[in-house]
Design a protein around this ligand. Structure first.
Ligand code: ATR
Length: 276
């Protein structure tokens, strides 16, 4: 049996097995299965032994292990290196390589939002030169978001409840500006919620965005619930909104490609799997 795995803690909520097992079936990968496993940090050593021994073919990594697994890896891809964050692992020849597919997954989502590819032509690489981007949160996925947006030329402002965690991000991204929780930049073109506030339907971010321009995009990385209060309020103000569904699917499709050399189609059926 060819085993694929997502590790994390907590992990019950992960929809990765649903998506990857759908693609495993669709593309007729024989004797393959994708599972989820809740682990503790002390379990990492054994997991990497399973990968070395070929018992695990491919692995996804989620909170809180995206950085913690780096010492177990022989090589990092460029995105993992830039963000010091790994969400996909594969053994290549005799080396264990860490990849970051959140980074290109988010990049593709934001490119598509502003210029959807038409008639088979890919979306145009979005340019954010001179634009202000306001990021809420400084958790495990935030470096991937910053890296994408800085690469596109955006000015990044970050606010995290625990300010020191936002400050730490300056080691990797010296150009970012940090703000106290509750403060906003003077003007902003995109606001991105990377916090976990919104996972519960009644959660509310206590920041007033009524001063925003009407073209401001409000982006929430959360995809379940589909519309958090953060997005609902933005929609009611008449702003553009987007949830994390497509980013989740793109990061998964990149991981599937890394493991199998098949770039899976993001079809209606796979999108429907997330509608719950
Ligand atoms: P981790 O911090 O372990 O990487 P995460 O889920 O990736 O976990 O990140 C959680 C993010 O949501 C953090 O930015 C966290 O802020 P703190 O660093 O201050 O903990 C943020 N967060 C969680 N609950 C929050 C709340 N009630 N208000 C504001 N921010 C919150």
């Amino acid at each position: 049996m060819k085993k694929y795995l997502v590790i994390g803690n907590p992990i019950e909520h992960s929809l990765s097995p649903l998506i990857h097992n759908y693609w495993i079936k669709k593309y007729h990968l024989a004797n393959s299965i994708y599972e989820k496993r809740k682990i503790e940090e002390k379990d990492l050593k054994n997991i990497f032994k399973e990968i070395k021994d070929g018992k695990i073919i491919g692995m996804n990594v989620t909170v809180p292990f995206k950085k913690l697994i780096i010492p177990f890896l022989d090589e990092l891809d460029i995105f993992a290196e830039d963000t010091q964050s790994v969400n996909t692992v594969k053994k290549v020849k005799n080396k264990i390589v860490g990849y970051n597919t959140d980074r290109p997954g988010f990049g593709k989502t934001i490119d598509n939002f502003y210029s959807p590819g038409i008639m088979g032509v890919e979306a145009i690489d979005l340019i954010l030169e001179g634009k202000n981007i306001f990021i809420l949160g400084a958790g495990g996925v935030t470096p991937s978001i910053i890296s994408t947006l800085e690469h596109k030329g955006g000015n990044i402002f970050i606010s995290n409840r625990t300010k020191s965690k936002a400050e730490e991000l300056k080691i990797l991204f010296p150009k970012i500006k940090t703000l106290d929780w509750g403060k906003k930049p003077e003007n902003y073109n995109i606001v991105i919620n990377t916090t976990s506030v919104g996972l519960n339907k009644n959660d509310k971010i206590q920041i007033d965005f009524n001063d925003c321009g009407k073209d401001t995009l409000f982006y929430d990385l959360i995809y379940s619930p589909k519309e958090t209060n953060f997005l609902k309020e933005a929609r009611l103000r008449g702003n553009k909104t987007m949830n994390g569904q497509m980013m989740f699917l793109y990061q998964a499709s990149c991981a599937f490609y890394i493991w199998t050399n098949i770039l899976p189609e993001i079809d209606d059926e796979v999108i429907k799997l997330l509608d719950r």
